[in-house]
Design a protein around this ligand. Structure first.
Ligand SMILES: Cc1ncc(COP(=O)(O)O)c(C=O)c1O
Length: 404
C-alpha cells in the first residue's frame, strides 16, 4: 500500500497541517510531544463528543425520538478522564465486559442503571462481584450464564446475547467477525435458543433485551450485510413477547485509508428504522471505535532512519505492544509527521522497538524526509490501543492526555 501524504485524506478541521505543522485539537503536535514526551496518547475531548452527537442525531432523525440509548464500549478506552468527560456529556452510558470495568465505570461517575454488561466465560468470582450490582442489566451470552444468573437473581430481568450466524467487519476482514460461517464463542445460536427460553422460564427471568454484536469496523459498503444480520436477528426477537430492548452491539467503523469513506449514519440508522420504528422497542447501540478511535493520536519519536537492501526503515520509540491493531488485526494506523520537513518525500516502512517480526506500523508509505528525533503521530490510536497495551519487552510505558 502506498499513499501520498499530501492527499491528507484524514484531514478535518481539528486535525490538519497549518503550513507544515500538524495541529490537533487546537494544539501543535510537535509542541505537545516536547511538553509530554513520547510515547504519549492524546485524545480530543471535543472530537469524542462530536462523534457521540452525530450518532445521537442519526438515531433521533431516523425517528427513534427518546427510544434509544448509546453505551460507550469501555474496552476501547478506559482512561478515567475520558470516561468522566463522556459521563458529563449526559449522552452515554457504559458497555462493560468485566466486573472490574463495572467498578471502574462507577468510579468515573456512572450509575448502575447507566451500565450494560455483556461478557462471556464468567467465573464464580465474577458472578459474586456482579451480584453486588443488582441495578446492572446483564446480557447473557451462554446457557450457563442464564442458569447461574438465575440462581443468583431469580425473578429479575435479563438480556440474551444471540448469535445470528452471520458477521460483518471492515472490508471483509475475517479477524473482525464475531459471527459467521465459523462457529464463534459469542452468544446463543438458534439451535440452543429453545433451551435458553426454558432456562429463563425456570428461574422466572424476564427477557427484556436481545443483544447481538457480530463484528467490528464496518463502513457503508457493509450496510447490506448489516441489514441481513438484523433480518436474521428478528427470528430471535419475534419469539420473546416480553422484549423491551434491542441491543445491536457496536462495530461502526471509521476510515483507516484513503479509499475509505466515513460510515453513512443516515443509511445505518435508516436500516434500524426499517426494522424497528413501528415497534415499541428501544434501540441500544454500544460502539467503541466510532466514538473514540479517530479522537486519539499516539505521539512517537523517530529513533532511526536507515536503508536495508532496497527498503528504508523508520524506527519509532514504541511498538505494537502499545497499539496492537495494525499488527494483529491488519488495521493500518497511518503515521503522520508532526512537521513536514522540506525535501523529497520517500517511500519508507515504519516500525516499532519490539523484537517481533510483526512489529511494523506501516509498510511502504510515502512520507516527507524524516530524521532521528522527529515526531510522528499515528492516527486512529484512540481505541483498542492504550486499553490493550502490554509490557512486552518491558516497553509498556506511555502517557495519556485528555485535551479539552
Ligand atoms: C459485545 C460488544 N459490544 C461492543 C463492542 C464494541 O465494538 P466496536 O468498538 O467495534 O464498536 C464490542 C467489541 O468487541 C463487543 O464485543
Amino acid at each position: 500500500m502506498s499513499i501520498a501524504v499530501s492527499t491528507d485524506w484524514w484531514a478535518r478541521p481539528d486535525l490538519a497541517f497549518q503550513k507544515d505543522n500538524l495541529i490537533f485539537a487546537g494544539r501543535g503536535v510537535n509542541e505537545m510531544a516536547s511538553q509530554f514526551g513520547t510515547p504519549t496518547f492524546v485524545y480530543s475531548g471535543k472530537r469524542i463528543i462530536d462523534n457521540a452527537s452525530r450518532l445521537h442525531d442519526a438515531l433521533s432523525n431516523a425517528g427513534f425520538a427518546d427510544r434509544f440509548r448509546i453505551y460507550f464500549a469501555m474496552k476501547a478506552n478506559r482512561f478515567a478522564p475520558l470516561l468522566t468527560h463522556l459521563k458529563s456529556s449526559g449522552m452515554l452510558g457504559i458497555d462493560a465486559c468485566s466486573p472490574n470495568e463495572v467498578e471502574h465505570a462507577i468510579s468515573c461517575g456512572f450509575r448502575e442503571d447507566e451500565i450494560s454488561f455483556t461478557a462471556g466465560s464468567l467465573s464464580n468470582r465474577d458472578y459474586q462481584k456482579l451480584g453486588r450490582f443488582p441495578g446492572i442489566r446483564v446480557n447473557c451470552d451462554s446457557l450457563s450464564t442464564i442458569r447461574r444468573l438465575g440462581e443468583l437473581r431469580a425473578g429479575t430481568a435479563i438480556g440474551i446475547r444471540v448469535n445470528p450466524a452471520i458477521g460483518v467487519g471492515r472490508a471483509e476482514n475475517d479477524k473482525l467477525h464475531y459471527a459467521g460461517h465459523q462457529t464463534t464463542k459469542f452468544g446463543i445460536y438458534r439451535e440452543q435458543f429453545d433451551q435458553a427460553l426454558d432456562l429463563a422460564g425456570k428461574f422466572d427471568l424476564t427477557i427484556e433485551t436481545i443483544h447481538f454484536h457480530t463484528g467490528c469496523g464496518y463502513l457503508t459498503p457493509q450496510l447490506d450485510r448489516w441489514d441481513e444480520i438484523i433480518q436474521r436477528a428478528r427470528w430471535f426477537i419475534e419469539q420473546v413477547p416480553s422484549l423491551q430492548t434491542i441491543n445491536v452491539g457496536g462495530g461502526l467503523g471509521v476510515p483507516h485509508v484513503n479509499s475509505d469513506q466515513p460510515l453513512d449514519l443516515a443509511h445505518w440508522s435508516g436500516v434500524l428504522a426499517n426494522h424497528f420504528l413501528d415497534s415499541n422497542l428501544t434501540i441500544e447501540v454500544e460502539p467503541g471505535d466510532y466514538l473514540v478511535k479517530d479522537s486519539g493520536l499516539l505521539l512517537l519519536s523517530v529513533t532511526t532512519v536507515e536503508q536495508k537492501q532496497s527498503t528504508t526503515f523508520v524506527g519509532l520509540d514504541a511498538g505494537f505492544n502499545l497499539a496492537v491493531e495494525p499488527a494483529v488485526y491488519g488495521l493500518p494506523f497511518e503515521p503522520v509527521p508532526a512537521v513536514r520537513n522540506a525535501g523529497q518525500s520517500q517511500t519508507v516502512t515504519v516500525h516499532g522497538n519490539i523484537n517481533e517480526a510483526l512489529d511494523i506500523w506501516y509498510r511502504d508509505i510515502e512520507l516527507p524526509p524524516l530524521n532521528e528525533g522527529d515526531i510522528v503521530a499515528l492516527i486512529n490510536a484512540g481505541a483498542y490501543s492504550s486499553s490493550m497495551a502490554s509490557n512486552h519487552c518491558m516497553r509498556g510505558e506511555f502517557k495519556e492526555m485528555l485535551l479539552l
